[in-house]
Design a protein around this ligand. Structure first.
Ligand code: CA
Ligand code: CA
Ligand code: CA
Length: 173
């Protein structure tokens, strides 16, 4: 066997040896929608206060949705527009700690991107400390609302945090 052919054989064997075994790329759980590196679920079957919505999302290993960009807001509002429910959906934004200082719950950081509706946030009756994606004739603009109001909500979790089950054989050991 000539040297060149041996080299080709060796590299071919090494190539096979180091070919990565693809177990499966992360995907969103059934019923969740993927956008960018997040998964979202739109909970419309149960009406919850803002605090209850937080707990509900936490039980799903998720958080009440946090909207950092216009692109993310577009995705969510387009989805709500298609579903055409005309309802408001809680998001993970509150000014309960300092009035008119709107913080995302998971980071406690002030929101940089916001998309408030006309004359919002208005802290109506001095009672509105939680935010939602509201229905102002169309979906997408935000409103501050009384946190005790029971309404729909959206949970978000990282795509990478979703579990991918490897093939049974790889679990051994
Ligand atoms: Ca987000
Ligand atoms: Ca307020
Ligand atoms: Ca308001």
């Amino acid at each position: 066997m000539c040297l060149l052919r041996m080299r080709v054989l060796i590299f071919t064997s090494l190539g096979l040896l180091f070919t990565p075994v693809v177990i499966g790329s992360p995907s969103c759980p059934y019923g969740w929608y993927q956008h960018g590196s997040s998964c979202y679920v739109f909970i419309a079957g149960v009406l919850n206060s803002w605090t209850e919505a937080m707990s509900f999302c936490k039980a799903l290993s998720a958080k009440l949705v946090e909207i950092e960009t216009q692109d993310e807001n577009h995705f969510l509002s387009n989805h709500l527009q298609r579903m055409a429910h005309g309802h408001n959906y809680w998001i993970g934004l509150t000014d309960a700690i300092f009035e008119n200082e709107w913080l995302w719950m998971s980071t406690q950081k002030e929101a940089q991107y916001t998309n408030w509706g006309p004359f919002q946030p208005d802290n109506d009756q001095h009672m509105e400390d939680c935010a939602d994606i509201a229905f102002f004739g169309q979906h997408g603009l935000w409103n501050d609302e009384n946190c005790d109001t029971k309404q729909h909500f959206i949970c978000e979790k990282d795509l990478t945090s979703t579990t991918t089950v490897p093939p049974v054989g790889i679990l051994v050991g």
